[in-house]
Ligand binder design. Structure first.
Ligand code: NAD
Length: 351
């Protein structure tokens, strides 16, 4: 598919595009919906195989943000992708981030951003130099609420408890076998919650330092990438990449449920139905990974304490997931379809 068709087939509103001549990076800010409020979404910064791949990611992540905010009724709904050259000189990165901050500021509040894959709270401090007040997730030292990964992981953990409640009639994770794909900011923190709850945790990752830490230092079982989808477990928790649930992987899964923090886990909405047909309970990603998107603005704008933010996230994920599991069961539809319907109702009624 070419860029023209990608844009014309997209059901969102606006894509802001900037070519950053000094670094040859491309910036896409995709505003999917402003129905409930200004757009909000993290800034993903990485080398993509090509420009089309970067745009495609921005468009689909922006749509997911709309649904993520609409399910709990948060008045926002965008995503930014910065496609950097693989050989970007690290010394040119701060200036690129400042030029990007100026662009965000020029949009005058149409779009708020925060960290995502490839950007950190420290990067938000730099972007905020030119992009404030439209930048969330700065470091605590700079007056922000810090890394969004841990509170996202807390929401995912609450989601896993609802999954157990639904599957086994008991929210406890004691003795449950959970396989986490990707032990970074979200997955790595999830490991801690699960171990504290008595779960039997195994993991997969491709980063040597992460493998060493979680396998050798913490003693978790490591599952290599070539067997991650075939490994027998109770819950598979994707916390790395998008698109991991697809016609190739779904038939191989040996789990009762899929529930993890990664964005855009389904390669297409039909994969939700494929999971249902296999009897695998799926916790829609944008429902259980809402933690950072909800808590960071809550703490920075609404003045929530961390304890209050944690309570809001846990309650919100529990409530939304219980409701959509009930709707999906009562109507015999995929949980993804139930989540989408709830989000679309909220978008229509303008909650
Ligand atoms: P991260 O970069 O800190 O961690 C990702 C981990 O996945 C790393 O350890 C990396 O080595 C590993 N990984 C990368 N490719 C892999 C592969 N092919 N197979 C196995 N492991 C692989 O990122 P994060 O902040 O933890 O985010 C993880 C996912 O959660 C992303 O999809 C992100 O969009 C989503 N998410 C994050 C947040 C947040 O607040 N950080 C919020 C919502 C959703």
């Amino acid at each position: 598919m070419d860029i023209e068709s990608l844009l014309s087939d997209w059901d969102g509103e606006t894509v802001v595009t900037r070519y950053d001549r000094p670094t040859s990076a491309w910036v896409f800010i995709a505003i999917h919906s402003t129905r409930l409020g200004p757009a909000g979404g993290g800034t993903r910064m990485k080398p993509y195989p090509d420009l089309e791949g970067a745009l495609r990611d921005a468009l689909s992540l922006a749509a997911a943000m709309t649904y993520k905010f609409a399910v709990p009724g948060i008045p926002r709904g965008g995503k930014a992708v910065i496609h950097i050259p693989a050989d970007l000189d690290p010394q040119s990165r701060p200036a690129l981030l400042r030029r990007y901050g100026s662009l965000v500021r020029q949009l005058g509040g149409l779009f708020y951003t925060g960290p995502d894959v490839g950007t950190s709270s420290e990067d938000m401090d730099v972007i905020a130099e030119t992009g404030a007040p439209y930048v969330f997730g700065r470091t605590v030292a700079a007056g922000g609420a810090g890394d969004s990964g841990p509170i996202t992981a807390l929401g995912v953990f609450a989601g896993l408890q609802v999954v157990c409640e639904f599957l086994y009639g008991d929210p406890s994770l004691e003795g449950r076998r959970v396989l986490i794909q990707g032990v970074g900011h979200v997955g790595g923190t999830l490991v801690g919650y699960l171990r504290a709850a008595g779960a039997e945790v195994s993991f997969n990752d491709i980063n040597d330092a992460a493998i060493q830490h979680f396998r050798d230092d913490l003693g978790l079982q490591f599952v290599p990438s070539d067997s991650v989808y075939e490994t027998d477990c109770d819950i598979f928790a994707p916390c790395a990449l998008g698109g991991v649930l697809n016609p190739n992987t779904i038939p191989r899964l040996k789990c009762r449920a899929v529930a993890g923090g990664a964005n855009n886990q389904l390669s297409s909405p039909e994969d939700g139905e494929r999971l249902r047909a296999r009897g695998i309970l799926y916790a829609p990603d944008y429902v259980i990974n809402v933690g950072g998107a909800m808590a960071i603005p809550g703490m920075e704008v609404l003045g929530w304490s961390r304890a209050q933010a944690e309570k809001e996230v846990v309650e919100s994920v529990r409530k939304a997931l219980r409701r959509l599991f009930e709707v999906a069961t009562a109507e015999g539809i995929a949980t993804e379809a139930a989540a989408r319907r709830i989000a679309e109702e909220h978008l229509r009624s303008g909650i």
